[in-house]
Write a protein that binds this ligand. Structure first.
Ligand SMILES: Cc1cc2nc3c(=O)[nH]c(=O)nc-3n(C[C@H](O)[C@H](O)[C@H](O)COP(=O)(O)O)c2cc1C
Length: 168
């Protein structure tokens, strides 16, 4: 069985809450929950599957703790790692930069050699532009606890099912 880390950064605990829900859904795979606030590179090296959670704070802006960690991320060798990304945003107030941070993490982890899984159809999301949209798919799971919190649990459940083949 693969070793899994769920690594999140969260300013007002929305992404943290989602990370905990994802951990619960993956309980059989005993994932390790990591707050990127600690600035520790070790989990990136120690685990096979990295599930990264990030919120977007402004156009093309990573959540603060991910922003602080970014220079370290730029130097990590992620060859052989499987990465899946989820991200909190708000499509009704920020429709032109919806979950941009998912796209930013996607670009850097790909550049560092990771295989990214967990793409999601934009169907059912109401937004104008997102850096996370690549070839007509979101490169991770967008969540929106500000505008449509009632959809979060089912979105997480479907995404975790989608990821299961990569977890064993
Ligand atoms: C000042 C500010 C700027 C934001 N900018 C964006 C944005 O550009 N795109 C987006 O999708 N969400 C944006 N959001 C919404 C947050 O990403 C959302 O509230 C998220 O749930 C916060 O997650 P966290 O508590 O884990 O940090 C913004 C929120 C605030 C308060």
């Amino acid at each position: 069985m693969k070793s899994i880390a769920i690594i999140y950064g969260s300013s007002t605990e929305n992404t943290k809450r989602a990370a905990e829900k994802i951990a619960e859904k993956m309980a059989d795979y005993t994932p390790t929950l990591v707050d990127i606030y600690d600035g520790d590179e070790q989990p990136f090296l120690a685990h096979d599957v990295l599930i990264m959670g990030v919120s977007t704070w402004g156009v093309q802006d990573l959540q603060d703790d991910w922003n602080d960690f970014y220079p370290k991320l730029e130097k990590l060798d992620l060859t052989g790692k499987t990465v899946a990304i989820f991200g909190m945003g708000d499509a009704s107030i920020y429709p032109s930069s919806f979950v941009d941070a998912i796209g930013i993490l996607y670009e850097i982890v790909k550049e560092r050699g990771a295989m990214v899984v967990g793409q999601v159809s934009p169907e059912g999301y109401d937004f104008e532009y997102s850096r996370a949209l690549v070839d007509d798919l979101f490169v991770g799971l967008p969540l929106d606890d500000d505008s449509e919190p009632e959809l979060t649990d089912e979105r997480i459940a479907a995404w975790v099912e989608q990821l299961k083949p990569y977890l064993q």
